[in-house]
Design a protein around this ligand. Structure first.
Ligand SMILES: NC(=O)c1ccc[n+]([C@@H]2O[C@H](COP(=O)([O-])OP(=O)(O)OC[C@H]3O[C@@H](n4cnc5c(N)ncnc54)[C@H](OP(=O)(O)O)[C@@H]3O)[C@@H](O)[C@H]2O)c1
Length: 84
């Protein structure tokens, strides 16, 4: 006899669409990571200090609905609050 119950919800990492924070999103690695995430239909939150580069990335990736930007210096104490 099987004692399996109803299927449980998938863990957060497997829920779709995901919303993924990409730090250094305008740099060599960040750009590639952000593009790869969008190609899988994940939504992204892009962070870096240069607002114009961030805006260009967000536009390339589909705009504000799917690619939000947070212009922030991660070395500052209140960076987590700015991103949250
Ligand atoms: N590329 C590689 O092959 C490789 C290999 C191994 C490890 N890594 C490491 O991976 C990391 C990223 O590499 P990368 O090649 O993508 O570097 P990169 O091209 O120099 O990009 C750095 C990114 O971080 C942002 N950034 C820098 N300082 C910041 C700060 N204080 N606050 C917020 N954002 C900041 C930059 O944008 P803003 O200047 O606009 O803030 C940019 O988006 C580095 O730590 C690097 O050492 C890279």
């Amino acid at each position: 006899m099987s004692i399996s119950g109803p299927p449980s919800a998938p863990p957060p990492s497997q829920r779709r669409p995901r919303r993924v924070l990409v730090v250094g999103a305008t740099g060599r690695l960040g750009v590639r990571i952000a593009r790869a995430l969008r190609s899988r239909d994940d939504r992204v939150i892009l962070t870096a200090r240069d607002a114009s580069k961030l805006a260009a990335m967000a536009t390339e990736l589909g705009g504000d609905d799917v690619a939000k930007t947070v212009c922030v210096d991660l070395m500052t104490r209140d960076a987590p609050e700015q991103i949250a």
